[in-house]
Design a binder for this molecule. Structure first.
Ligand SMILES: C[S@@+](CC[C@H](N)C(=O)[O-])C[C@H]1O[C@@H](n2cnc3c(N)ncnc32)[C@H](O)[C@@H]1O
Length: 195
C-alpha cells in the first residue's frame, strides 16, 4: 500500500478535510468515549487526533499520505498540542509494535473493499487491547446525497463479526461534514468493542 495516490489528494484541500474536527467525534470525546492510548487510523491532516490530544490524551495518528502527516505535525506545533503522527499502513498496524485502548476511524473503513476490509479488521484487532473501543464514522447508505463508497449497517456487522475479535455495540445514524455538503453527509457512527 503506497501513500502516493492519497498524497495527491492533499495537493489542495481534500473533500473531507474540513479544517476542524468532525462534530460526531467531538461529541464522542465529550461523552468520555476516548480513554488511555488512542490511535487515529487514517488521520489525514489530524483535526480529530488533535482534538482528542487537546483533552490530555496520548494520541498517535497514522496515515499513508506523508503530505497529510506534515500538515498534521505543523498544526500540532502551531497549536502547542502534544500529538504524534507517523506514516503507517492501516492494513499492517502490528508493525507499529504498540497497543491502544481506543481507536478512531473517521473515513478510512469505507475506502476499503472486500479482502482489504478483512485485513483491516484483523490489523486493528492486533493493536487494540481486549476491552478497548473502536469508534468508526463512515458514509452510510441511509439517505440521499451520501458520500462515495457508502456502507450499510449489515456490511459493518459482517466486517466486525464476533469471529473477528470485535463486537458491534451500537450503530447510530450521524453526519460527516465535507467540503461539498452544507449539512454533512449521511453517516454511521459505530461503537465496536474488542473482545
Ligand atoms: C477520507 S480520508 C479521512 C482523513 C481523516 N480521518 C479525516 O477525517 O479528515 C482517509 C484517509 O485515510 C488515509 N489512508 C488510506 N489508506 C490508508 C492505509 N492503508 N493506511 C493508513 N492510512 C490510509 C488517506 O491517506 C486519508 O488521509
Amino acid at each position: 500500500m503506497t501513500g502516493l495516490p492519497w498524497d495527491a489528494s492533499y495537493d489542495g484541500p481534500a473533500p473531507w478535510d474540513v479544517g476542524r474536527p468532525q462534530p460526531a467525534i467531538v461529541r464522542v470525546a465529550a461523552e468520555g468515549g476516548f480513554a488511555g492510548a488512542v490511535l487515529d487510523a487514517g488521520c489525514g491532516t489530524g483535526e480529530n487526533a488533535l482534538h482528542v490530544a487537546s483533552l490530555g490524551l496520548s494520541v498517535l495518528g497514522v496515515d499513508v499520505a506523508e503530505t497529510a502527516l506534515a500538515i498534521a505535525r505543523q498544526k500540532a506545533d502551531d497549536r502547542g498540542i502534544d500529538a504524534e503522527f507517523a506514516a503507517a499502513d492501516a492494513l499492517q498496524l502490528e508493525q507499529l509494535g504498540r497497543r491502544f485502548d481506543t481507536v478512531l476511524d473517521c473515513g478510512l473503513f469505507h475506502t476499503f473493499d472486500g479482502d482489504e476490509r478483512a485485513r483491516y479488521v484483523a490489523s486493528l484487532a492486533s493493536v487494540t487491547d481486549h476491552g478497548g473501543t473502536l469508534h468508526l464514522l463512515c458514509f452510510s447508505d441511509g439517505g440521499p446525497d451520501t458520500g462515495p463508497h457508502p456502507v450499510s449497517q449489515e456490511e459493518l456487522r459482517t466486517a466486525f463479526d464476533v469471529g473477528t475479535g470485535w463486537q458491534v455495540t451500537a450503530i447510530e445514524p450521524d453526519r460527516v461534514q465535507t467540503r461539498f455538503h452544507d449539512d454533512g453527509a449521511p453517516a454511521w457512527l459505530a461503537t465496536i468493542k474488542r473482545i
